[in-house]
Ligand binder design. Sequence first.
Ligand SMILES: *[C@@H]1O[C@H](CO)[C@@H](O)[C@H](O)[C@H]1NC(C)=O
Ligand SMILES: *[C@@H]1O[C@H](CO)[C@@H](O)[C@H](O)[C@H]1NC(C)=O
Ligand SMILES: *[C@@H]1O[C@H](CO)[C@@H](O)[C@H](O)[C@H]1NC(C)=O
Ligand SMILES: *[C@@H]1O[C@H](CO)[C@@H](O)[C@H](O)[C@H]1NC(C)=O
Ligand SMILES: *[C@@H]1O[C@H](CO)[C@@H](O)[C@H](O)[C@H]1NC(C)=O
Length: 375
Amino acid sequence: MAISKITLGIIFLLLGLTDTLSPVSNNCKFPAVYNFGDSNSDTGAISAAIGEVPPPNGVAFFGRSVGRHSDGRLIIDFITENLTLPYLTPYLDSVGANYRHGANFATGGSCIRPTVACFSPFHLGTQVSQFIHFKTRTLSLYNQTKGKSPFCRGVLARPKDFSKALYILDIGQNDLAVGFQNMTEEQLKATIPTIIENFTIALKLLYKEGARFFSIHNTGPTGCLPYLLKSFPATPRDQYGCLKPLNNVAVEFNKQLKYKISELNKELPSSLFTYIDVYTAKYNLIIKAINIGVVDPFDYCCVGAIGRGMGCGKTIFPNGTELYSTSCKNPTNFISWDGIHYTETANMLIANRILDGSISDSPLPTQKACKLTKT
Ligand SMILES: *[C@@H]1O[C@H](CO)[C@@H](O)[C@H](O)[C@H]1NC(C)=O
Ligand SMILES: *[C@@H]1O[C@H](CO)[C@@H](O)[C@H](O)[C@H]1NC(C)=O
Ligand SMILES: *[C@@H]1O[C@H](CO)[C@@H](O)[C@H](O)[C@H]1NC(C)=O
Ligand SMILES: *[C@@H]1O[C@H](CO)[C@@H](O)[C@H](O)[C@H]1NC(C)=O
Ligand SMILES: *[C@@H]1O[C@H](CO)[C@@H](O)[C@H](O)[C@H]1NC(C)=O
């Protein structure tokens, strides 16, 4: 079988990013994962609440659309796989839901702050309220179902697991992308402290509810998203071709977030907040692809009928003529799936960096976080 130049490129990317892996023993046994965020980790909430994410999303791995914006698995799926837990059921999914090992509150288009310009009504504050409701209902139902059908009790979270679970947050990209539509770099940077403040309120609320182990993903290089590159053709680029002002804003956001996380680690007893530099993992993947030169990180597989992200799989009827989106044959040759979201291959490479601990602020794999005792 002939190996194409592009496939070879992906293999190089894989090797380059996995050569630092070392075996992990005595992992924490997180019994559950609670996740909060946007489309980067939405496992079906928008499909359940607002409208189906159409195929070819999901087709490459799941064989059908499963509410994820990707050809297959997301970073969160690789994380739960690694923890030997099932894929997370969205909180908003009312059919076939199983919350024994956690729930997913992430919804596509969500912002940290409740901004009207944001794409989703389920901002972080709403996601946290949903979690509190979820927990309250679980605690009361768990006792009521004692001795009843395992089909009823077996799908509920165990009350004792709430304080042992891993709480993952991956959100902020939309606050920056939305702000960039009508603000200069300096104006947008000036809004960062309020966004971080809002983020902090959410984290403290979760802590108050008993959450102790947090994995905080910083925001990615939003200025490298192909659809934004198309939307802002005249904006200055960095040396790799990403939007320089938007990435500057993302870097500043991450700097302030990292500082806040270190503060929370000091302030809140018996808890561990791990700051994870997803920005670096994504940006390095893009740089590596440019250096190797066989994968174009700014090209994408599923091209919406309107030529930008989000339209993947949709059919539109402008002026009465039917227009389809088109998808490439082999998504593994791409980093970007639809101009906004990453392909399963890219998600796996990024998840590997998260799981091996190499981009965590304390050089500890996620799985060992629960072993830490703070002085
Ligand atoms: C989880 O990830 C670590 C670090 O990459 C790896 O050593 C371990 O084998 C993985 N575990 C599973 C169950 O995939
Ligand atoms: C940008 O638009 C939002 C609403 O969409 C508004 O609240 C904000 O004040 C605007 N900012 C600037 C600098 O124009
Ligand atoms: C974030 O701030 C807004 C006001 O801008 C507030 O309504 C919202 O509740 C805050 N979020 C959280 C999690 O407190
Ligand atoms: C459920 O039952 C346990 C043990 O029987 C008890 O400690 C707990 O307070 C009960 N919880 C609720 C919400 O009733
Ligand atoms: C629809 O028609 C308008 C007006 O004739 C035209 O400007 C536009 O380009 C058309 N859109 C498409 C997608 O063909």
